[in-house]
Write a protein that binds this ligand. Structure first.
Ligand code: 3H9
Length: 688
């Protein structure tokens, strides 16, 4: 296809008042894919050659300015014209070029704007260089031009942090020149005309120098690196970004650009970036569910949360944060007041940290009411969210009460994390209105929302469950009914494997260290000590020293809260390896005749995490998760599985499925290996 045909329909070009306006229209987000690059290349050449045009505006149609390079092209060969060539042509133009920004100018999109001589934006626009979250760096001049405009420190914050800036803040740093009120195109044309009339200089960022001399820049960069060492752990991109910014401060522009490209290419082929790009698309794919497109989600404008404990209060906070009024319900005044008090304290904390204004804190608190009368609280609301103790009989009783009081058309949701949703739904006269909305603690912070569809849950209710995820700013993943749903079920083998492994020789501390080094913030024993050994399936009545957990619980070693658990703790709750717990484990191993040997960290990781991969594959083959990438999204957002591995399924693909299956045959035995995993390994296939 000719280039002209490629760019057909992607752009419009016109001249108004002596100003050329090149508008790109490539839904959904004007990503800078091949056809857009061709259209830009042609449009810029046309404006440069057009005697009627004294200046050029570049803007976009649709919902946003360019959202960056087209990520789906990454990994293949990037066809010419490339972004750097286009941007250098913009910068070299003898006529002023103005970027007119609305929506979000991100990545390559913002780099285009930085190559323009001037940048204007509507007040609601945001600009940023978020490549770091894809494991990349801005590879089209962003690391070289940003410090020249905004200084080294702002560049570090913007590019390593990756969070976009609002137009007003961007204007303060010099990254935006003017905020346009009213119509963007008309305002940009007027701005460009003024530049022409005043003979304003062509402000080429390449000719500007950074704010610090090379030595001062190096010192600032070193201080930044030292202060953020922990945040960089496991990721490759932040280190390369810092090097690229250092190049901006120490090398001439063209050499810096070359260095930026080398560092970009290094990242592009890194396993970290491949994993992070996988997660970018996986998060978006999770929203694609087998419900017809014309099924519209129902409006959720009011909620009653039943149960004012930690989970209920966290869920209520999540809705209040999203501006949805909540009635918090519990059996007695003391319980609801405790819950409500905690919620108000959370908002006060946000105000104190400057995250929200006092007025906003008051507004959120004002949306909260409390009640001890379930029937009257439930009657008017669109969504009833049950968050009572995890006991099937209790949940059935509560759902029968909710069913009797809720209006027709209300969604009845359970926050159960392990129980059978269909049994809960059967306690009502309307199982098609019952759904699981499984939040992860702390519910107002964790990004994952598992939306659990029961056998009878209707499509509009499922669509609404997914929409609630978006409403709350969470990632919703659809799950079928099974013990533990996706995330808890997939992670269960990590704990059981850890408990079995310590009997063979490694200490809890060694196991946790191997898992920490893999990238988890907490290993299994650190986690169980935090949660409490007594609450994870300990049957106090029938406890008889049959497992290490039973022995420790019987010794009152319940974890951090009581006498230590797998670790000992000092007054400041600092953990140290526990000789007592280790003796319990060794005695138990001897009693049960478990052979002892030493394990490397790599073996520990295999023993604990390959069974998670196996369980993930089972979850997919049983249709509990719609696809393997949903398992990745659930574990990364719900369990802190390290982002740079892409989640267990993506990680398994990178390790190699035949290797994993061979190891699983030894670890869990051939019969327990997922048939799907075995089949894919044999066929040379992949999970994601
Ligand atoms: C870069 O620029 C590198 C350069 O420095 C150097 C190069 C040499 N490409 O998120 P949404 C799709 S790296 C391709 O649901 P929203 C997305 O998959 C890039 N596709 O919408 C989805 O597709 P589908 C740096 C993209 O309104 C659809 O658009 N830029 C891209 O919630 C809607 O997306 C970024 O990292 C893309 N760049 O949010 C920005 N972006 O409908 C990445 C989106 O088939 N993008 N899609 O599932 C975003 O942050 C958000 O998409 C945005 C809109 C805020 C723009």
């Amino acid at each position: 296809m000719s280039e002209a045909a490629v760019a057909e329909g992607v752009s419009t070009y016109k001249v108004t008042d002596g100003v050329a306006v090149l508008a790109i229209d490539s839904p959904p987000v004007n990503a800078l894919g091949y056809s857009v690059r061709v259209a830009l290349d042609e449009g810029i050449s046309r404006a440069v050659a057009d005697d009627a045009a004294k200046a050029l505006i570049i803007r976009c149609d649709g919902r946003t300015f360019f959202a960056g390079a087209d990520i789906s092209e990454f990994g293949g060969e990037l066809r010419k014209p490339d972004l750097n060539d286009i941007f250098l042509a913009i910068e070299a133009s003898a006529k002023p070029v103005v970027a007119a920004i609305h929506g979000t100018a991100l990545g390559g999109g913002f780099e285009l704007a930085l190559a323009c001589h001037y940048r204007v934006a509507v007040a609601s626009a945001k600009v940023g260089l978020p490549e770091v979250s894809l494991g990349l760096l801005p590879g089209a001049g962003g690391t070289q031009r940003t410090p020249r405009i905004a200084g080294v420190e702002t560049a570090l914050e913007l590019i390593v942090g990756g969070r976009p800036l609002g137009a007003a803040k961007a204007q303060k740093t010099g990254l935006i020149d003017e905020i346009i009120e009213g119509d963007l195109e008309a305002g940009a044309v007027a701005y460009a005309r003024k530049l022409v009339e005043e003979g304003a200089p062509l402000r080429r960022v390449r000719d500007m120098s950074v704010d610090l001399d090379p030595e001062a820049a190096k010192a600032a960069i070193e201080a930044y690196r030292a202060a953020h060492k922990r945040d960089f752990r496991g990721f490759k991109a932040p280190g390369n970004i810092v090097k690229a910014i250092e190049a901006a401060a120490t090398l001439p522009f063209d050499e810096g650009l070359k260095r930026e490209w080398e560092l970009f290419e290094e990242l592009m082929s890194s396993s970290e970036s491949i994993a992070q790009r996988h997660l970018f698309f996986a998060e978006r794919t999770a929203g694609k569910i087998p419900v017809a497109r014309d099924v519209k989600p129902l409006v959720v404008a009011s909620v009653a949360v039943i149960g004012a404990g930690t989970m209920g209060s966290g869920i209520a906070t999540a809705f209040l944060n999203a501006g949805v009024p909540v009635t918090l319900v519990d059996r007695d005044e003391a319980a609801v007041e405790r819950g409500a008090g905690g919620i108000r304290k959370t908002f006060a904390g946000l105000v104190a940290k400057g995250r929200i204004t006092e007025a906003e804190g008051d507004r959120r608190s004002g949306l909260l009411t409390t009640s001890t009368d379930l029937a009257s609280a439930v009657a008017p609301v669109d969504l009833v969210m049950e968050a009572v103790f995890e006991d099937i009989d209790l949940k059935k009783t509560v759902f029968a009460q909710i069913d009797a009081a809720a209006k027709q058309g209300a969604i009845l949701a359970s926050n159960t994390s392990f129980l059978d949703l269909d049994r809960i739904a059967a306690a009502t006269s309307r199982p098609e209105w019952v759904i699981g909305l499984h939040f992860f603690a702390p519910a107002n912070i964790m990004r994952l929302l598992e939306v659990v569809r029961g056998a009878k849950t209707s499509d509009p209710v499922i669509a609404t469950g997914m929409a609630i995820g978006r409403q709350l700013g969470k990632i919703a993943v659809l799950s079928g009914v099974c013990d533990g749903f996706i995330a808890n079920r997939a992670m269960t083998p990590r704990m059981s494997s850890a408990e079995a492994l310590v009997l063979e020789g490694p200490t809890p501390a060694q196991v946790d260290k191997a898992i920490n080094d893999y990238g988890f913030a907490m290993g299994p024993f650190q986690m169980i000590d935090l949660v409490g050994l007594d609450v994870i399936g300990w049957d106090r009545e029938n406890s008889a020293g049959r497992t290490v957990q039973e022995v420790l619980c019987e010794m009152d070693r319940w974890g951090q809260k009581k006498n230590g658990g797998y670790y000992d703790y000092d007054e400041a709750r600092r953990a140290s390896p526990s000789p007592v717990a280790e003796k319990v484990i060794r005695d138990f191993a001897e009693k049960t005749g478990v052979p002892q040997r030493s394990f490397t960290d790599a073996e520990i990781v295999e023993r604990l995490l390959y069974p998670v991969v196996n369980e993930g594959a089972r979850i997919v083959e049983e249709g509990i998760a719609l696809r393997a990438s949903d398992v990745d999204v659930a574990l990364v957002t719900g369990y802190g599985w390290p982002v740079w591995t892409g989640g267990p399924m993506c990680w398994a693909d990178s390790v190699g499925l035949p290797k994993i299956v061979a190891a699983l045959d030894e670890i869990i035995g051939p019969d327990a290996v997922s048939p799907l995993l075995r089949k894919l390994a044999a066929e040379g296939g992949s999970l994601t």
